[in-house]
Structure formats: structure tokens, C-alpha cells
Design a protein around this ligand. Structure first.
Ligand SMILES: Nc1ncnc2c1ncn2[C@@H]1O[C@H](COP(=O)(O)OP(=O)(O)O)[C@@H](O)[C@H]1O
Ligand SMILES: [Mg+2]
Length: 553
């Protein structure tokens, strides 16, 4: 959660995908894979498409070579460590859908087929239920910040599929979405073992579904709370009760609520200087880098406002992750757009000076899209535009520029000062009466430890001492993608003052050497830090609290 997490995340493969890759490694052709696993040829092909997508490769030779590396990594990680499973408390999103009783076999089959396909593509768990109903649970295998958007997309897909075949039945479909926690048996390096799963969120989804009228869709308050953090909106406001046909108006926007900008004077001044240059027709390309929640989007927003104030033109788009189709979202128009369109904006002659083009969350784009936009960005500079690509750290390695050439500046967003965070906490708390306000502000300021997103989220949930669900999702998403040793992290989390590796090894009854490798990975990932005396602690206090929350409550 600080600026130094750089370990590349490894794709999470399902058990089936793992089996298929092993067979590919053994040189089997699709037909043999199908025979061996007792599945259809078409299914094998579908799995291959999903595998290529996950590994970000375009053919089987590449998939085989990539998977060799991954498996080797996994095997050496597991060496000398006990791989016992444990129960973990995980944030999850549940989508519940039901067809009317009179629905025919074909419609039910279609619905189950769509739900199962979606669950398999997104590592979600699918449960078929009596009464033509089904649940999809996201976040068990791994949590991502897009789970909510994926669930929405799924509901829409099921509805669209049905509309195309049986309009009357489709109009009686009902759905709902809840968010909560689930207990699941997890592997030491993450991923569901496929055994235990229990969740109050599933029960509450089923209950809520009973209240939904035919053709309707409902969100529980926790799901809506997550919407607030992760940004779903578009041409229609999200409401607790909607119509299924309205879901198509909801987009994943990634926009969070804007608070008065604090503590980024220097960064804003640098951007403003570039804007002044652009007003004279001198273009620049600036990278804004930082981890999730450090305020990249907020800063880009601030410079966009300044550009408009100077009668300039602004294009502002946000990249979408692969699970949502890898396009972009035009925040000015409130509509989807493609990388080609954005490249065209960059290449056009400027309509006026200054002209600003922002591509936010650039790191989410596919390599080809990044190269396309980088090349167009170079032309835009020549045309006198100010271009900002904003994203996670290290993205310039992917921008397609040899050695970052063409990039005029990089602005790295570090943690905010305690003063700035305190102001932000106060602003986010608002003016209403709050018991013990001053003490709360202090506690939240120190818990946020310089990360603006945490400050805002703690303030939004000031009534509870617990870590609120949206925040847990944000932290878990990061942790899950790192595939670190959870036993090690849990052991370190037990000690508020820190722990040393030898003690941890004794507590876990494990070999120090093998644990050291895991410790080094956690250090490289920026999750743990180690003092000169060898004391391990978390780089951010909320990481520790999130890990404590893994335990059953
Ligand atoms: N410097 C800041 N001043 C005020 N609010 C901020 C600042 N940085 C971030 N925020 C707020 O914190 C939240 C997260 O910021 P955001 O820009 O979405 O982070 P990022 O894009 O880096 O993930 C938003 O609600 C944003 O308004
Ligand atoms: Mg952002």
C-alpha cells in the first residue's frame, strides 16, 4: 500500500486450467486433453482461450513456456513448507438470480449455463439452487476491486441471453447483489481449496431475492457502499431497487468521491507549469505514478479543472481491466471508448491551447493498447498537447518507449503528511456532530498512515471500529494478487511490536531458510519491512489489521 510494491502478480489458475496446462506441457493435443479429462473438445478450447487471456499470451507454445515458469515458482515456494489449509474470513460479493416457476427447461438451462460460464471465467463459485435460482460468489478464490462490476456484468449477460430467446420469461427474471464476508478454506499462498465455504452474505442474498419483484434488481446497503468506493455509475444513478433493463446504464467508472485537494501542492505546481507551457503550444508527456488510493485520479482531476479554467480543452478517460473488456471509459461523455479513439484524440491537431489528454489507470491496458497510446502520445507532444498517463508504479517499463524516452517527467505520489491526512479526515467526516470527534480524527489520521484513500474510507465508516468491507476489499485485492505466504503474514500480524524470523519459524515449527525466502518476497512486495535489528513489521498498519481480519471473527 505504500509506493514500493513491485512484485509482479502471478495469474491465479483454476484447478482445471492447471490440469490442462500440465497436459499441454506433456505435449498433448486438444483431442487428447479432452479425452484425458473426459470433457468436450469445445470446452477444452474455451479453457484455452481463458488460459491465454490469464497468462497474457497468444498461442500454446507461449502458454506452455509461461506455465513452466509459474509451476516451477510455485513448487519451489512450497518446498519445505507445510501446505496445510486454514479457514480465512474473506470479503465477497454475491449475485443471486432466479427465474419464475413456470420457466421451461431451456430457459433454466440457459441461465445456469451463463452463470456457470461466468463463474468459471472469473474464478467465482457457482451454486445452483432449488426453484430455478442460482448464486455466484466472487472473492473466494481471489478478491479484486472489480468483483462488483463483474457481478453486474453477469446479471446483465444472463438477462440479455434470455431476452434473445424468451422475452416473456426474461421479463420475469429477478436478481440481487449483496456484499459481506465468507469463511473459506484457503491455501497457504492464496486460492480456495475448494472445500469449506460459508457465508452470511449468501443467506442475505437469498433473503433479499425474495423481496425482488419480477423484472427487478436490488442491492443491499453493503454492496451500495462498495459502489461508492469503487465507482459504478454512468447515465443513471445506482439505487437500492432498479429494473433489470436499467442495469445496462450502469458502467464501471472507477471514480471516487472528490474531496478538497490537500498536500499535493508541489505535484500540482509541476503539472500547472506543464499546462502553462502547453498553453504556448509546447507539449509534454507526464507520468503520474502511485499505488491504489494515493490520489492519482484526484490529482489528474485537479489539473483538468485548471485546464478548463484557462479555456483549454480536456479529454479524460479511464482504462478498464481485462475482466471488463479492456476498453476505456470516457469520463467526459460518460460512455465507453476504444484505445483507437483515444489514439485519434491524441493525434488530432489541437482544437485550442492548452489541450490536455488524460489516460488514467494506464497500467490496466493490454500491451498493444499501451504501445498504441504511447506512440500517439509522442505525436501529441509534437502537436503541443499536454498528455498525462497515470497508473501504478513501474508502468513506464510498459509504455513502449525505449528507456522511457519521450516521457518528459514522472511524478510519483508518496504518502501524504500527517497534517494533510488530518485535514482530509476532517473534510471527509463533514460538519455533523460526532461523539469524541477530536480523538477519532487522531486515531484515523494515524491509522491511515499517509494513504488518502484509507483516510477517506476510515472517515466514511467512523461509526465502526472494524475495518469496513470496501476497505477490506481494497486491501485484500492487493494482498491476493501478491500470493504471499499467509502463515508468515499472520504470525507477524499477531505481534503489534513486530516479530523476528527465528521466532516466527519456531511458532510455525518450520525451517528458517524456507521462511526466509517467503520473508524476502514479502519485503520486495512492500508488505513487510525489516529493521536493522531484524524486526519484521507491516509497512502499513491497515495491512496488519486486514490480516488480523483473516481470522474467523
Ligand atoms: N491529495 C488529496 N486531497 C484530497 N483528497 C484526496 C487526495 N488524494 C486522494 N484523495 C481522495 O482519496 C480517494 C482516493 O483517491 P484516488 O485519486 O481515487 O486514488 P488513485 O487514483 O490513486 O487510486 C478519493 O476519494 C480522492 O478524492
Ligand atoms: Mg484512480
Amino acid at each position: 500500500m505504500n509506493g514500493s510494491m513491485q512484485v509482479a502478480s502471478q495469474p491465479e489458475l483454476s484447478q482445471r486450467q492447471h490440469q490442462i496446462l500440465k497436459l499441454l506441457q506433456a505435449g498433448k493435443v486438444n483431442k487428447e486433453v479432452a479425452q484425458e479429462l473426459g470433457i468436450g473438445l469445445g470446452t477444452v478450447k474455451q479453457h484455452l482461450v481463458a488460459i491465454f487471456k490469464k497468462l497474457n499470451v497468444s498461442n500454446r507454445a507461449m502458454a506452455v513456456s509461461q506455465s513452466m515458469e509459474i509451476f516451477q515458482g510455485q513448487e519451489s515456494r512450497g518446498a519445505a513448507l507445510q501446505m496445510a489449509d486454514f479457514l480465512e474470513c474473506r470479503p465477497c460479493v454475491v449475485l443471486s438470480i432466479a427465474l419464475p416457476q413456470e420457466a421451461g427447461h431451456a430457459a433454466v438451462k440457459l441461465m445456469y449455463g451463463s452463470l456457470a460460464a461466468m463463474a468459471s471465467a472469473h474464478d467465482a463459485v457457482f451454486l445452483a439452487r432449488n426453484g430455478n435460482a442460482g448464486d455466484v460468489i466472487l472473492g473466494i478464490q481471489r478478491v479484486t476491486e472489480y468483483d462488483l462490476a463483474v457481478a453486474l456484468q453477469t446479471a446483465r449477460a444472463v438477462y440479455d441471453d434470455l431476452l434473445a430467446t424468451d422475452v416473456q420469461i426474461a421479463q420475469k427474471l429477478r436478481g440481487c447483489m449483496t456484499a459481506g464476508v465468507a469463511f473459506a478454506s484457503m491455501k497457504r499462498f492464496g486460492g480456495w481449496t475448494g472445500e469449506v465455504i460459508a457465508s452470511a452474505a449468501i443467506a442475505s442474498a437469498r433473503e433479499l431475492l425474495n423481496e425482488v419483484a419480477p423484472g427487478g434488481f436490488m442491492f443491499d446497503s453493503t454492496a451500495l457502499d462498495m459502489v461508492e468506493l469503487f465507482g459504478v455509475g454512468g447515465t443513471q444513478d445506482i439505487a437500492p431497487t432498479m429494473l433489470l433493463q436499467e442495469l445496462k446504464n450502469l458502467h464501471w467508472t472507477g471514480s471516487r468521491r472528490a474531496y478538497h485537494l490537500v498536500g499535493r501542492d508541489e505535484e500540482l505546481a509541476r503539472l500547472y507549469a506543464a499546462l502553462t507551457d502547453a498553453a504556448k503550444g509546447n507539449g509534454k508527456l507526464i507520468l503520474v505514478e502511485g499505488e491504489m488510493g494515493m490520489g492519482k485520479s484526484r490529482l489528474c482531476d485537479a489539473i483538468a479543472k485548471l485546464c478548463l479554467k484557462h479555456e483549454g480543452k480536456v479529454s479524460f478517460c479511464r482504462s478498464l481491466p481485462p475482466v471488463l473488456g479492456n476498453g476505456l471509459y470516457d469520463t467526459v461523455k460518460g460512455a465507453a471508448c476504444s484505445a483507437e479513439q483515444v489514439a485519434a484524440w491524441l493525434r488530432d491537431q489541437p482544437a485550442c491551447f492548452p489541450e490536455l489528454v488524460v489516460v488514467d489507470d494506464f497500467h490496466l491496458l493490454a500491451k498493444e493498447q499501451q504501445s498504441l497510446l504511447s506512440a500517439a502520445g509522442a505525436e501529441a507532444i509534437g502537436n503541443g498537447k499536454l498528455v498525462i498517463f497515470s497508473g501504478r508504479r513501474g508502468m513506464h517499463e510498459n509504455t513502449g518507449y525505449p528507456n522511457g524516452a519521450g516521457i518528459s517527467e514522472t511524478i510519483s505520489l508518496r504518502r501524504l503528511s500527517a497534517q494533510a491526512i488530518q485535514v482530509l479526515v476532517r473534510n471527509a467526516l463533514g460538519k455533523g456532530a460526532i461523539k469524541g470527534r477530536a480523538a477519532k480524527v487522531q486515531r484515523m489520521t494515524s491509522a491511515a498512515a499517509g494513504v488518502p484513500l484509507f483516510a477517506v474510507e476510515l472517515a466514511r465508516h467512523h461509526q465502526t471500529e472494524q475495518l469496513a468491507l470496501p476497505l477490506r476489499v481494497a486491501i485484500n485485492a492487493r494482498l491476493d494478487s501478491l500470493r504471499l505466504d499467509r502463515n508468515l503474514l499472520r504470525e507477524v500480524a499477531k505481534n503489534t511490536v513486530g516479530a523476528n524470523l527465528e521466532e516466527v519459524a519456531v511458532a510455525l515449527a518450520e525451517d528458517v531458510g524456507a521462511l526466509r525466502t517467503q520473508m524476502e518476497r514479502a519485503l520486495a512486495a512492500g508488505v513487510l519491512s525489516c529493521s536493522a535489528e531484524g524486526w519484521l513489521s507491516f509497512t502499513h498498519p491497515l495491512l496488519r489489521r486486514a490480516i488480523e481480519n483473516f481470522e474467523m471473527e
